[in-house]
Design a protein around this ligand. Structure first.
Ligand code: NCD
Length: 307
């Protein structure tokens, strides 16, 4: 039994083991499939879903993942809880654990929250996005998407570009850790005010122009501008679309032939990606959503010792 808080410290062997397990939950044509031997793997286990920030894909896929393994997703809504009266996250989780809750999926705008809960409560905590920290299950589902698209496990020789609001993106951080661990070469790019300043810590290439980032990339992960996290300089949408957006023309003239487009969602159509590119045959966006359930099934089983 262990928590899954980030990919920064997850070993290559552990990542590969989780991804190998996840692949068992992908059926033909990417349809969800849960082999019979796993259908009751979480029987009797209640796992709390605690989302203190909006979510579509991550929450729904954790809920489906728990249900498909025979567990019970306990949906906790902070607005209607005693947290409104001032109870802390840790106290809330301690009380739920006392009632028999066996795991906590937590999304919170404050980076420390999943860590403080994991320290205080003797149950696995799954980080579903902690501020600008990490989003490990998104990182894993992105790795699974790349693996299965390529048809191989490790990513040596693969070039991945991550373009957009890097500094505010927990997805970028988890993707970078996971991609580097599996051997991919990574370039991150975006407008200067959306790029991190601690570049050495990232240990990736940096590009200050979209086309330089696209050059030679096999996979291009586009990110949303996280306006809810930008407190200083605003981003001018028209300039952003012109300089950083990817439309059909950019795909045809700037991207490597056969390169794939990814996006964690939510996609701002007409900003970072044109609708036509998002819906095109080069887009893996819906495959990512499908693999999100499989990846979370694998993470739950792995962490809870039920694999
Ligand atoms: C992202 C998130 O919330 O970190 N979405 C997701 O989980 N699929 C990215 C975003 O909000 O832009």
């Amino acid at each position: 039994m262990k928590s899954v808080l980030g990919l920064a410290d997850m070993s290559r062997d552990e990542i590969l083991a989780i991804l190998e397990l996840a692949a068992q939950f992908v059926g033909e044509d990417d349809a969800p499939c849960t082999p019979t031997r796993y259908q009751d793997a979480l029987r009797g286990a209640s796992i709390a879903l605690m989302f203190f920030e909006p979510s579509t894909r991550t929450r729904a896929s954790f809920e489906l993942a728990i249900s498909r393994l025979g567990g019970y997703p306990l949906i906790f809504t902070s607005d209607a809880s005693s947290m409104k009266k001032g109870e802390s996250e840790v106290d809330t989780c301690l009380n739920l654990a006392a009632m028999g809750v066996e795991g906590f999926v937590i999304r919170h705008s404050e980076r420390r929250v999943p860590f403080t809960v994991a320290d205080a409560v003797d149950k696995p905590v799954f980080n579903a996005g902690n501020g600008i920290g990490e989003h490990p299950t998104q990182g894993l589902l992105d790795l699974l998407t790349i693996q299965r698209t390529l048809g191989r496990q490790t990513l040596e020789g693969v070039r991945v570009a991550i373009i957009g609001d890097i500094v505010h993106s927990r997805v970028a951080r988890s993707d970078v850790y996971g991609l580097r661990t599996l051997g991919a070469s990574v370039v991150v790019a975006g407008p200067a005010q959306l790029l991190p300043t601690d570049r050495a810590a990232w240990d990736v290439d940096f590009a200050t122009e979209r086309d330089a980032a696209l050059d030679g990339a096999d996979f291009v992960i586009m990110l949303r501008v996280q306006r809810e996290r930008i407190h200083s300089e605003a981003v001018d949408t028209d300039a952003y679309v012109r300089e950083w957006g990817v439309d059909e023309n950019v795909v045809e003239t700037r991207m490597k032939q056969g390169a794939w487009i990814m996006h964690p969602g939510p996609v701002m159509r007409g900003v970072e990606l044109s609708g036509r590119v998002a819906d095109s045959s080069r887009s893996l966006i819906l495959r990512q959503a499908a693999y999100g359930v499989a990846s979370r099934q694998a993470v739950l089983l792995h962490a809870m010792g039920r694999a």
